[in-house]
Design a protein around this ligand. Structure first.
Ligand code: BG6
Length: 490
């Protein structure tokens, strides 16, 4: 078969990401026969585990799949454990020996993926040691998959990038942004470029504004330590939100190749109008959650969470107005918002079209409803087009109607998981849905100005939104100033 063959080395094999996302994704690929029997996973972490203990963890992480066809023990037998000390070169040599043995056993033709699913402070060291100890020299291919956070700002991202680039070429590096693996995020391009009715309108003549919302109900859970030094801007905007924005705003690529698509996305990021530190408050709003009620549960304030400073100045909510200075988008605001402990878990994009030049159906002060195209990323996956039609009465007024397509009513079970798609892409050598260094660099440069402004001047209003709400009032004002409002469409 053409199923990719590879050894997958997962650093951070006992961690949350590996257990919650990676093992289940590998399982699904295996079950769907996208993986042949010719693969092995080497779990690497500090803890001394035996192969048996590791395999039993892996089985636990997939035991919610009850497929008759797949024998969980056979699946788990592909997993091997390697206890490891990041700074000890002998650890790498032994790992190399293990890879070579398994390569023969599983006929993986020298192909190896190094997946760094762990705390980022060792990314650089690991990459350097992999190279110096010869692990990147192979008769097949070797690739590096790297999880976020990719740096803390532009400077640290560049340092990290320089380090990993000494061991891997840009082509070998797969920087994960798991939003790019989501079915409906991938659909943005298809909706835009496969439909004659949208692309001609996709510009500042016909679009009034675009809104991207990614709200969560969860708080920081047990990630307080990481989140305290990150905040919503670095955690969500620098990566996921700007990536979605690039896909919404980019020019049609010449071809659907990795390079063509990436270069169009890069152009969008280059055209982002950067704001000065003094003007940040005009364009961006930050928030931090207070106590409140989410899904019927009483929730503590962010400042009362584990590993969080009781006077923390970290934002758990961001909204902002971004402008793209190019011919297509001049004058069209892109509004974004994301936050934790909000009313609902939902990621959605709303494209609001401009009003008609004249409203024939204007009736008793009622405004005509603008046309909206809504792309539902999650939890619902689909598209809704908001139109106006005749009201079923004797008057000549119009009424809003909706055309909806819901992707997951068909067979939700089979929508692939983001991580599954991305792992598979990596194994096939397709890096289209990973972020190129140029995108990372430009995104950090944009975001750094905002985080600097916020770090230099702490908020005297935190906490400023109740858990279970839609964020601080300033976020609504941001749009009202422009004569718009957030569409809450779910
Ligand atoms: C991660 C962030 O990148 O994305 C998390 O670090 C956030 O803080 C998560 O919760 C959201 O992902 P999703 O797929 O649940 O929208």
């Amino acid at each position: 078969t053409n199923a990719p063959k590879s050894i997958i080395v997962i650093f951070g094999a006992t961690g949350d990401l590996a257990n919650r996302k990676l093992y289940p994704s590998i399982y699904r690929l295996y079950r769907n026969k996208e993986l042949s029997e010719d693969f092995a996973v080497i779990g690497v972490a500090r803890r001394p585990l035996t192969n048996d203990e590791f395999r039993s963890n892996v089985r636990k992480s997939v035991n919610h799949f009850e497929d008759e066809k797949v024998d969980h023990d056979t699946f788990a037998s592909h997993f091997h454990y390697h206890p490891f000390d990041v700074t000890d070169l002998k650890s790498y040599q032994r790992l190399n020996d293990l890879i070579s043995t398994l390569d023969v056993e599983y006929r993986t033709e020298g192909n190896r993926i190094f997946y760094l699913a762990m705390a980022p402070n060792f990314f650089g060291t690991i990459a350097a040691n992999l190279k110096s100890e010869g692990l990147t020299t192979t008769k097949g291919w070797s690739r590096l998959v790297i999880e976020k956070p990719f740096g803390h700002n532009f400077e640290s991202a560049r340092e990290l990038n320089d380090q990993i680039r000494q061991a891997f070429t840009e082509d070998q590096i797969y920087r994960i942004d798991h939003y790019l693996g989501k079915e409906m995020v991938q659909n943005i391009e298809v909706i835009r470029f496969a439909n004659a009715i949208f692309e001609p309108l996709w510009n500042n003549q016909f679009i009034s504004n675009i809104q991207i919302t990614s709200s969560e109900t969860l708080g920081v859970e047990d990630r307080g330590r990481y989140y305290e030094s990150s905040g919503a801007l670095r955690d969500m905007v620098q990566n996921h939100i700007l990536q979605m924005m690039a896909l919404l705003a980019m020019e049609p690529p010449i071809k659907l190749t990795t390079d063509e698509i990436r270069s169009e996305k890069v152009k969008v990021l280059r055209a982002l109008r950067s704001i000065t530190e003094e003007k940040v408050d005009k364009y961006f709003v930050r928030g931090q959650y207070d106590r409140g009620t989410v899904d019927g549960n009483e929730i503590n304030a962010y400042r009362d969470s584990n590993s969080v400073d009781p006077h923390s100045n970290t934002e758990t909510f961001v909204s902002g107005k971004l402008l793209i200075d190019n011919f297509r988008w001049a004058g069209v605001p892109f509004y974004i918002r994301t936050g934790k402990r909000m009313k609902q878990k939902s990621t959605e994009i709303v494209i609001q079209f401009k009003d008609l030049p004249m409203n024939l159906y204007y009736d008793k002060g009622e405004n005509i409803h603008p046309n909206l195209l809504v792309i539902h990323i999650q939890p619902d996956e689909g598209v809704t087009l908001h139109l106006n039609a005749k009201k079923g009465d004797y008057s000549s007024t119009s009424t809003p109607i909706q055309l909806s397509y819901n992707n997951n009513s068909n067979d939700k079970m089979n929508t692939p998981e983001a991580y599954e798609v991305l792992l598979y892409d990596c194994m096939r050598g397709d890096s289209t849905n990973f972020t190129h260094w140029d995108e990372v660099a430009l995104s950090w440069k944009y975001v750094d100005i905002i985080s600097n402004a916020w770090e230099n001047k702490s908020s005297d209003q935190f906490p400023n939104y109740e858990s279970g709400s839609n964020g601080p009032k300033d976020s609504d004002d941001l749009l009202e100033k422009d004569g718009f409002h957030w569409w809450s469409v779910t």
